[in-house]
Design a protein. Structure first.
Length: 326
């Protein structure tokens, strides 16, 4: 049987939208400086000027100035805010597609950054450097940084790093790193005293002699057992047949002092770091002290990121000058 197409009816033809030529202003994308193009693409990808600035290691004000100049040059608004969210405008999406096409179809890769290895005494990292180091990384999101914590002389001898901060006893020779460094510099002297949380000890009942410690639990950080200058404290711990807890974690020791009515050995600056803790002077006749040292490896001393960390450390210690004995 043969079917006959009804008169006036034609076979369906797929619809194709007419191709539109690129808008004339997009031709200017070819002349955009690579640095400015990267600022735009990273901002578009992050959806946040602050995060984009961190990724590029630039200031947010400088980044926004570059983008404002780009918008003025193109005479187009490239970004808009929907509530608190940063989004691309229609022209911004067009420019993004054009720049990606000019970059051979993909976003520009992040530039390689040298790996910087920072080895630092665990207590110094936690009490002194931690906050400033986090602030530094918040401003420099592309930095490659490896942080190595040191809790003993053995750890110091086995580590290899670009920048080292360690603690040593005041007597005897300085046991520095085993790898080549520039001459080590002593930054501060730290005095150590037993500490207790204020809320667990009223002024009239605070321990004033070693015998008064019998009514309290003592907590010891295991790393301190190997410190010669802590011999008076370590001997007291060894004499105890009850009321002693030994922990591997420095942070756990602090929490036990804060929350469990324990007494533990801490740097004298701890009352500045945590206002809820108070030192107990006069319990020991022999002072317990350590020295803080810094050394920079001989190979990477000219690397800008290493110098940035050195300046951060010096600035942090200068700001806390009343915490230490120079």
């Amino acid at each position: 049987m043969t079917f006959i197409e009804p008169a006036g009816r034609q076979a369906a033809i797929p619809y194709r939208a007419p191709l539109r030529a690129p808008e004339p202003w997009l031709a200017l994308a070819v002349d955009i400086e690579p640095q400015v193009a990267q600022c735009f693409l990273v901002s578009a990808r992050c959806g946040c000027f602050m995060q984009a600035a961190r990724s590029l290691n630039v200031k947010t004000t400088w980044l926004r100035k570059q983008l404002a100049q780009l918008e003025a040059r193109l005479e187009r608004s490239l970004f808009s805010f929907q509530g608190s969210a940063l989004t691309l405008s229609r022209e911004g999406r067009q420019l993004q597609s054009r720049l990606i096409a000019l970059a051979d179809g993909g976003p520009q890769p992040m530039l390689d950054q040298p790996l910087i290895r920072l080895a630092v005494a665990e207590s110094i990292l936690h009490d002194i450097l931690g906050r400033d180091l986090i602030a530094l990384l918040r401003r420099n999101a592309s930095v490659r940084l490896q942080i190595i914590t040191l809790d003993s002389e053995m750890a110091l001898q086995s580590v290899s790093a670009d920048l080292v901060l360690w603690l040593s006893d005041p007597l005897g020779s300085v046991a520095g790193p085993s790898f080549p460094t520039q001459p080590a510099k002593r930054l501060a002297r730290l005095d150590y005293l037993p500490h207790i949380a204020k809320r667990y000890s009223r002024p009239v009942t605070r321990p004033g002699c070693l015998g008064d410690l019998n009514d309290y639990m003592l907590v010891q950080w295991q790393a301190d057992r190997q410190v010669d200058s802590f011999t008076p404290w370590n001997a007291l711990i060894e004499q105890r047949r009850a009321g002693v807890v030994q922990v591997q974690s420095y942070e756990l020791m602090l929490e036990m002092i804060r929350c469990s009515a324990c007494i533990g050995l801490l740097p004298q600056y701890m009352s500045h770091f945590d206002r809820g803790l108070i030192a107990l002077p006069g319990l020991f006749d022999v002072p317990m002290q350590r020295h803080l040292w810094m050394a920079v490896g001989t190979q990477p001393r000219h690397v800008p990121q290493v110098q940035m960390l050195v300046e951060l450390i010096r600035h942090t210690l200068d700001e806390r000058g009343d915490w230490f004995q120079a």
